[in-house]
Design a binder for this molecule. Structure first.
Ligand code: ATP
Length: 208
């Protein structure tokens, strides 16, 4: 098995790259989705989050009201770090359980917005072994978020709450520029896939 941490700033195109790798055979795990799961209905982080942020973040239909929580944490660094401390160990546990279900000869890709900022996907039993970061100029990312219906203020504060491109570069083994169109990204995905297969095969080769 080879485990890859795939990250990039919000709107950079990491999920698009993950999907292209999945079409080639990668097993993609949506780590951001696991993050939603731990604060969703019956999620393992719900009670701890309510204890820290108050009953007003509880969703009337169960779980946490993500909009209310985002309002707090994307404007308050301490709150974001408290949420990280509560949620990341629980997400790591779900991640390990997901990898336990994957066949041993797979190339696994963790699709994760938050990588450089914390030990998510790294301090768990199945840590990522290499890191790929997707880079797209901030103004293009901002425009993509606007097209998704996000307000300019929200788009800006979410981008600012994440690690910078420089911080992601510092932990990355590979940097994928996603400045072209989707066809260009598809082409790059082919190259990335060949490289991942090479690394995977190299790991499997017995020492002489
Ligand atoms: P998030 O962190 O918000 O999940 P992301 O980094 O996973 O974002 P994607 O969801 O892959 O980013 O891409 C954001 C949007 O930009 C999507 O609508 C996607 O189709 C589009 N997109 C990604 N790459 C390109 C590209 N090269 N050209 C045009 N559109 C693109």
């Amino acid at each position: 098995m080879l485990i890859v941490g795939l990250t990039g700033g919000i709107g950079s195109g990491k999920t698009s790259l993950a999907e292209a790798l999945a079409r080639r055979g990668a097993v993609v795990i949506d780590v951001d989705g696991l993050g939603r799961q731990v604060i969703g209905h019956g999620g393992s982080a719900v009670e701890a989050v309510v204890e820290r942020f108050g009953p007003e973040v509880r969703h009337p239909e169960g779980g946490i009201d993500r909009t209310a929580l985002a309002e707090i944490v994307f404007h308050d660094e301490q709150a974001l770090s408290d949420l990280t401390e509560i949620s990341h160990p629980r997400i790591n546990q779900l991640l390990d359980e997901a990898v336990d279900r994957v066949s041993g000869d797979s190339i696994v890709v963790y699709d994760m917005a938050v990588l450089a900022e914390s030990e998510l996907g790294w301090s768990n039993r199945h840590p990522y072994e290499i890191v790929i970061t997707v880079e797209t100029p901030p103004e293009v990312r901002f425009e993509r978020l606007r097209q998704r219906g996000m307000s300019p203020g929200d788009a800006r504060s979410r981008m600012e709450s994440q690690a910078s491109d420089e911080e992601r570069q510092a932990v990355a083994d590979y940097i994928v520029a996603n400045q072209g169109d989707l066809a260009d990204l598809e082409h790059v995905a082919g190259e990335v896939w060949s490289e991942l297969q090479r690394l995977h095969d190299q790991k499997r080769r017995p020492l002489d």
